[in-house]
Design a protein around this ligand. Structure first.
Ligand code: HMG
Ligand code: MG
Length: 300
């Protein structure tokens, strides 16, 4: 059985690192990821660079990478201004994003949920007219840093609105990493009942150590698309306390061990993880990365 992994490290990961990686090394990082067997890479973000200075070089990065024809490269786009930048960078895929909770939506994209719908609908319509595929994200589905619990009705409403606009799948976000497997079961069973499992992805952050347990719970519900970041890079600058995404190495190790096929070469991932860890000058949280690196430096 196959599982598709969407690598979000160059975007979700690097947007929240204190160190700003030189553009040339971001390009190097994405080129390495492109050779690991990953088929979906979210490479950067065409948001207002004042809001996310870490990704202000999105245009140069997307124009500088070596495109592997087997990989679909994507970037976040919040409005038509971002879409124009994505088109100029010759992207064939983008992602729009909003939150299930009002306060996070306001803090993250400076609009109410209601005011966000027409903005994103215009982006999806214009992108689709040019043959650009659009993915959707719903953030704060499992909890909001400002409001606490988020009702499932909100998540159903926003997911429905994005699918109606024409996104090809919706990634369901545990932005601040509060979910536990029981909540994953509750939320995904309701979403799948309404929309089916084929157009839903799971986007877990590992703030409280429940990330991989949540993957197993989502697999049991029928989810077969997962977002992750190499090394466990990541977070959300507008979600205080949010930690990195689940790590791609750990996800691949887990899935392959459970008999799922990911098409990803773990050794190549480890090499790319070692590279970005060195660039950042800090040890990344991925246990599989650290175990592999320490095993290779131990005398046998
Ligand atoms: P705003 O300030 O309300 O925008 O921001 P505006 O339309 O009023 O424009 C203000 C200025 O920004 C103007 O420039 C625009 O041209 C410029 P000025 O005239 O003042 O010089 N501008 C732009 N410049 C470049 N590219 C653009 C763009 N748009 C406007 N696309 C906006 C609204 C949405 C743009 C802003 O709030 C923003 O950029 N927010 C992004 C925040 C963000 O990236 N957050 C992190 C990603 S979400 C996430 O991590 C969650 C996720 O991982 C899933 C999960 O974990 O749950 C996806
Ligand atoms: Mg995220």
């Amino acid at each position: 059985m196959q599982v598709r992994i969407v690598e979000v490290g160059p975007r979700d990961g690097l947007q929240n690192e204190k160190a700003i990686i030189p553009t040339v090394e971001k390009i190097n990082f994405i080129n390495r990821l492109s050779e690991t067997g990953l088929r979906n890479i979210e490479a950067s973000s065409f948001v207002n660079p004042k809001w996310i200075p870490q990704l202000a070089d999105a245009d140069e990065v997307l124009n500088g990478i070596q495109r592997n024809p087997a990989v679909s490269y994507s970037a976040l786009v919040p409005n038509v201004r971002g879409l124009a930048r994505a088109k100029a960078a010759n992207l064939q895929e983008i992602a729009v994003f909003m939150s299930a909770s009002e306060t996070h939506n306001l803090k993250n994209i400076n609009k109410t949920i209601e005011d966000t719908f027409p903005v994103l609908a215009e982006v999806v319509k214009n992108a689709s007219a040019d043959g650009i595929r659009v993915r959707g994200y719903v953030s704060t589905v499992f909890g909001c840093p400002y409001e606490g619990e988020v009702s499932i009705e909100n998540s159903l409403r926003v997911t429905d609105a994005l699918l109606e606009m024409g996104v090809y799948e919706v990634s369901i976000g545990d932005t601040i990493g509060v979910a536990t497997p029981r909540q994953v079961h509750d939320v995904f069973s309701q979403l799948i009942w309404s929309f089916g499992s084929a157009r839903l992805a799971a986007h877990f952050h590992d703030t409280r150590g429940t990330g991989l347990a949540n993957v197993v719970a989502a697999l049991a519900e029928g989810i077969r698309i997962f977002d992750s970041s190499l090394g466990g890079l990541g977070g959300c600058p507008y979600a205080p306390g949010a930690a990195g995404n689940i790590s791609t190495e750990e996800l691949v190790y887990l899935l392959e061990g459970m008999g799922y096929e990911t098409g990803v070469d773990l050794d190549k991932l480890i090499a790319a993880g070692a590279f970005i860890q060195e660039q950042l000058g800090r040890q990344l949280p991925s246990k599989v990365l650290q175990a592999k690196l320490s095993a290779s430096s131990c005398p046998t």
